[in-house]
Write a protein that binds this ligand. Structure first.
Ligand code: GTP
Ligand code: MG
Length: 328
């Protein structure tokens, strides 16, 4: 990596590496190209980046042509993908509308959602992707819905407090097990990287604003509190929205890490998001391949005893750590 590139280049490069969707990748790569100064010394870099851009655009066009696939898969974006799982009218779409920028159809008739729709939910300085789906138990959509659940990072079971929420939770868990989608119970979690399988589950008990809700909520707590995180929410008046956001973060197994260049202030604007349990070396692999080869050690601010303490490559990072890499 030549040393004479401007700081904007590194910012754009970081965005490119973090981009989860094709669209984001193309946009970030365009920024990256425009941030490289035009002179002889950068000819090769610019040509290389332009080749990557045209390849990406081709891939993106191919994806669009195949069309149909979009109905059955949802491209991941943000720190983690959270699928909303529930029976008809439980309020999945209402939750999506309450905590993200999306505008789903909300209706009092069943199966008002017929296609997946995702929205981004901000939490502090990162975003999670929520995916709204048709209800469980709908024969014509269960096939591809189960595929999306299998691929998601976190499952949010949405139960309706105007009915027996504990029974709904039981039926949803039974269905997941029938589909062989393994979910993590509280006991299984040891803060390590159990994000892919089994999947973390959050039970969101919705319609807490209704008069009989508390009694139903207590029954749900009695049955499942030991095994799964349960939160109450009213999507209608957004009560509990902040707790829901925090629960998603805490259960997603995501940590944020900030990078810092030697002698400079840390870049606190764009955190890297990583699975909990990731090491200094694993972050280096995401940042740049060259780093890995030349990495000597890192200095950490945050989870260590002393600010700027030197650690080895296998040091396990914690949420909000700041990392300064030292290379050969
Ligand atoms: N009182 C109350 N009603 C709610 C709340 N959330 C949703 N509703 C109502 O419940 C009905 C169903 O809401 P939706 O968000 O469409 O439910 P859904 O789970 O997406 O339903 P499907 O897409 O059919 O599976 C609508 O009439 C909503 O207005 C809530 O927190 N409180
Ligand atoms: Mg819906």
């Amino acid at each position: 990596m030549p040393a004479n590139l401007p700081p904007e280049y590194y910012g754009a490069e970081k965005r490119f590496k973090q981009a989860a969707s094709m669209q984001e990748k193309v946009a970030a790569l365009e920024d990256l190209i425009s941030s490289v100064p035009k002179h002889k010394g950068t000819d090769k870099i610019r040509a290389d980046l332009r080749r990557r851009l045209s390849k990406l655009r081709e891939e993106s066009a191919k994806k669009k042509k195949s069309g149909r696939g979009d109905l059955y898969t949802v491209e991941k974006q943000g720190a983690s993908q959270v699928a909303l799982v529930g029976f008809a009218n439980s309020g999945k779409s209402s939750i999506l509308a309450a905590v993200t920028n999306a505008h789903p159809v909300i209706a009092d008739f069943p199966i008002s959602t017929v296609m997946p729709l995702s929205g981004m939910m901000p939490f502090e300085d990162i975003q999670f992707q929520l995916v709204d789906l048709p209800p469980i138990g709908n024969e014509s959509t269960d096939g591809w819905v189960s595929g999306i659940l299998r691929n998601a990072n976190v499952l949010m079971l949405v139960v309706d407090l105007s009915e027996d929420a504990d029974v709904q939770a039981e039926l949803l868990l039974d269905q997941l097990s029938e589909w062989k989608i393994r979910v993590a119970k509280e006991d299984d979690k040891d803060g390590q990287r159990e994000v892919v399988s089994p999947k973390p589950v959050i039970i969101a008990a919705n319609k807490y604003d209704l008069p009989a809700a508390e009694k139903k909520f207590n029954a749900l707590i009695q049955a499942y509190d030991a095994d799964y995180p349960i939160i109450s929410i009213s999507a209608k008046n957004k009560r509990g929205a902040d707790i829901l956001k925090k629960a998603v973060f805490l259960n997603s197994g995501t940590i944020r890490v900030y990078s810092k260049e030697r002698g400079k202030e840390p870049d606190l604007k764009t955190p890297f998001t990583l699975p909990a349990g990731s090491s200094v070396l694993e972050l280096a692999e995401i940042i740049h391949k060259d780093f890995v080869r030349n990495l000597r050690y890192a200095c950490i601010w945050g989870s260590v005893k002393f600010d700027g303490q030197r650690v080895q490559k296998d040091y396990i990072l914690r949420d909000k750590d700041i990392v300064e890499y030292h290379v050969k």
